[in-house]
Design a binder for this molecule. Structure first.
Ligand SMILES: Cc1cc2nc3c(=O)[nH]c(=O)nc-3n(C[C@H](O)[C@H](O)[C@H](O)COP(=O)(O)O)c2cc1C
Length: 183
């Protein structure tokens, strides 16, 4: 079913608000799929941290595998699945980095240890052992002891997924689907 008059962002907001009331954990969790330079797809969960008509935003390490995929191929897909609502929303579109002001704003709103973690963690890279990470955390706590002054690492920031189409699915006896294509 397709309805050109329906604003998909309002429908998204509607469903997201219902999920925020009903879903026990992480209603903002979404599966992000990227494609690497061998055309192999990779999926993982990330947390939605903002959305509006310009797109759907999340934050990550810019040196992670997902970011390497994104550098080579800007086509991505998102999938929200809310078991409590028996609903999913599939989104396909193009992804871009957020500007540094937006990344700074979100980074600075994070808990001190999350900001230290952004420095200490080499996301997607294997750790020799837990001590290695703990040592790095201690090192960055010493380097940035003032909770109000932890700069954002250059390798950490946000992305925005600009949707080309959104597909709203509700599982009843059969699957009801509303698909909206944007220009
Ligand atoms: C519920 C959930 C939420 C997550 N949210 C994020 C997130 O917002 N950003 C992030 O970088 N990783 C997040 N992760 C970890 C990723 O799924 C993934 O393991 C990590 O980003 C490395 O992925 P990559 O090697 O494909 O880049 C989350 C994991 C789970 C289970």
């Amino acid at each position: 079913m397709s309805d050109k008059n329906l604003n998909p962002f309002i429908l998204f907001q509607n469903w997201f608000e219902s999920a925020s009331e009903k879903e026990i954990n992480d209603p903002n969790a979404m599966c992000l799929s990227t494609v690497d330079n061998n055309n192999c797809p990779h999926s993982r969960m990330v947390l939605l941290k903002g959305y509006d008509e310009s797109g759907f935003r999340f934050f990550t390490n810019y040196e992670s595998n997902k970011s390497i995929d994104i550098e080579q191929n800007k086509n991505v897909a998102l999938n929200f699945h809310w078991k409590s609502l028996q609903r999913q929303i599939r989104i396909e579109g193009l992804i871009d980095k957020l500007n540094s002001d937006e990344s700074d704003e979100y980074y600075n709103s994070r808990h001190y240890m999350s900001r230290i973690g952004a420095w200490a963690s080499d996301q997607s890279r294997p750790l020799k052992n837990r001590e290695e990470l703990e040592k790095k955390i201690e090192m960055y706590k010493e380097k940035y002891p003032d909770e109000n002054n932890v700069p954002r690492p250059p390798h950490w920031g946000g992305f925005v997924v600009k949707p080309k189409n959104l597909n709203f699915g509700k599982i009843c006896h059969t699957v009801f689907i509303k698909e909206i294509f944007l220009n």
